[in-house]
Design a protein around this ligand. Structure first.
Ligand code: ZN
Length: 122
């Protein structure tokens, strides 16, 4: 199998898993006491950035230790959940992830959540 086919296969699997995982992490975030929610979201987003920068290759090629890939994947999913709570959501893998309008991701028509923009304009 070619490298491009490998990349596409991993991307498709990751997308499917993220579409399930991000809403679950959003539910976890929403169950956090309101006074702590922003801090938890910020720590998730920061941790995701660190993990992807340091170990993002594990998502593509697998880890050497049991659970290593899952740990990096969950850091990514938590980070996406956290960033999706920001106005306009976040664009990742050609989907816009918005906690309010598309918690499981929606095809991106633009860089930010179209429903957020419409709500802001109204
Ligand atoms: Zn939105």
């Amino acid at each position: 199998m070619s490298e491009a086919a490998d990349v596409e296969r991993v991307r498709a699997h990751m997308l499917t898993c993220l579409q399930a995982a991000v809403p679950l992490w959003l539910a976890e975030l929403n169950s956090t006491p309101e006074f702590a929610r922003v801090g938890v979201a910020e720590s998730w987003a920061e941790h995701a950035g660190e993990q992807i920068a340091a170990q993002g290759d594990i998502l593509m090629y697998g880890g050497g230790k049991k659970g290593e890939t899952a740990a990096v994947f969950n850091a990514l999913a938590r980070g996406l959940a956290a960033m999706s709570t920001k106005p306009g959501g976040v664009l990742f893998l050609d989907l816009v992830w918005c906690a309010t309008h598309s918690p499981g991701g929606a095809p991106a028509e633009q860089q930010v959540c179209k429903s957020c923009l419409e709500a802001e304009a109204a």
